[in-house]
Design a protein around this ligand. Structure first.
Ligand code: SF4
Length: 73
């Protein structure tokens, strides 16, 4: 099933007009996990490996999460 992702980060490589994310896959995780895994890479294979390494990362506030597929245009 396709998921529609709305995103306002307009300088991202995957951003498109009307605030649409056009990436095939995105990685959302806790900020702390991202800091612990600075080797993060945007390609799908790296993301799958990374997701396995990170595991589950519960958070308590929205500010503690973000999209780590972001790449500057
Ligand atoms: S990859 Fe992330 S930051 Fe970039 S457009 Fe998609 S949701 Fe937004």
């Amino acid at each position: 099933m396709a998921t529609n992702v709305s995103c306002t980060v307009s300088n991202c490589y995957f951003w498109a007009k009307d605030n649409i994310c056009v990436a095939d896959n995105i990685l959302i995780t806790a900020d702390k996990a991202a800091g612990d895994h600075s080797e993060m890479n945007w390609d799908r294979e790296s993301q799958e490996n990374l997701i396995q390494k990170i595991g589950e990362t519960p958070t308590h506030r929205v500010i503690e999460t973000a999209c780590y597929t972001f790449r500057t245009r």
